[in-house]
Design a protein around this ligand. Structure first.
Ligand SMILES: Nc1nc2c(c(=O)[nH]1)N[C@@H](CN(C=O)c1ccc(C(=O)N[C@@H](CCC(=O)O)C(=O)O)cc1)CN2
Length: 297
């Protein structure tokens, strides 16, 4: 292996520490804690773990956690009513509805109901527009976490060739916008891209967010490139009945060619919740009209 391993778990721990300091200062200045409301509909096991971890980490950082767990058969109207209640609650600075939602609910409609200034997931179309036009808003947590890791690793990203594999609203598209804002030359690749290995081979930065286990091979990677693996895929383990997590990148081969690479688990994943807490403390300051140097977090 030649690549250095980008330790997202350690970076996320450092970020949470900085947020903890800001959260105490916010409480002293505002006379209340910053508050994050997380809504879970249904019993998806992975979502239950993520929501539990969000609650625990929110409290550990000195913020207030409001958890709302609704049964899978909750009507869309009831969920929208809860979101409206949270929009109106001054103790709630950030609102997150855990995805995926049950099939009978329209995710876009639910997201559109969240007040954009409490949309700490950055999924509301107003925040999508703000990101695209360079206005202050909220940026989706996973791609913002990827950019934080990239800047920590490389310093300036200006002028670098970046390939984002995947064009989802949650990761691929905002990732491309963020890299453009960092003055990268960005290519967004997807299932219809012709000669993907050749496209990837030109990139100084590769962000893989396709949801296909170990799809990106070492021989696709330009020597010395920085590889960010957003994939979290559970596959069968070596032992019968056991599973293991792998990314969208074939770590074994890619790590012999890349200059730096994120592992799965322990790379991008832990950044998602840490950045959510970052967005929440930012929302709290904005909502309370208290100044904060957001670029320093
Ligand atoms: N409303 C939202 N829903 C979802 C989001 C989101 O950002 N907002 N992202 C994902 C799930 N997610 C947080 O919600 C999340 C995913 C992964 C991790 C993480 O720490 N992963 C670990 C491995 C965890 C494991 O063992 O399974 C890692 O990669 O090291 C945290 C949060 C979808 N829904």
């Amino acid at each position: 292996m030649s690549a250095s391993i980008i330790d997202g778990k350690a970076f996320a721990a450092g970020l949470r520490e900085r947020i903890g300091v800001l959260a105490s200062a916010f409480e002293a200045a505002a006379g209340r804690k910053a508050g994050l409301a997380v809504v879970l509909v249904g019993e998806d096991p992975a979502s239950q773990v993520y929501v539990r971890n969000k609650g625990k980490q929110t409290i550990a950082c000195g913020m207030e956690s409001f958890e709302h767990k609704l049964p899978a058969e909750t009507s869309e109207a009831d969920l929208l009513a809860l979101v409206e209640t949270l929009n109106a609650d001054p103790a709630v600075d950030g609102i997150l509805v855990q995805l995926p939602l049950p099939a009978h609910m329209n995710e876009q409609k639910v997201i559109a109901t969240i007040n954009p200034d409490k949309d700490v997931d950055g999924f509301h179309v107003v925040n999508v527009g703000r990101l695209a036009t360079g206005l202050p808003g909220f940026v989706p947590c996973t791609p913002l976490g990827c950019v934080m890791l990239l800047k920590d690793q490389l310093g300036s990203l200006s002028g670098l060739d970046a390939v984002v594999i995947g064009r989802s609203n949650i990761v691929g598209k905002p990732m491309a916008q963020l890299l453009i804002a960092e003055s990268c030359t960005v290519t967004v690749a997807h299932s219809r891209t012709r000669d993907l290995p050749d496209v990837v081979r030109r990139a100084d930065i590769v962000v893989a967010a396709v949801g296909r286990p170990e799809m990106v091979k070492g021989e696709w990677i330009k020597p010395g490139a920085t590889v960010i693996d957003v994939g979290i895929n559970r596959v069968a383990g070596a032992q019968e009945g056991k599973s293991r997590l792998v990314g969208d990148v074939d770590f074994a081969s890619a790590s012999t060619v890349a200059g730096a690479i994120t592992p799965v688990p322990g790379g991008v994943g832990p950044m998602t919740i840490a950045v959510l807490l970052r967005n929440t403390i930012v929302a709290a300051h904005r909502n309370a009209g208290i100044a904060l140097d957001e670029s320093a977090i």
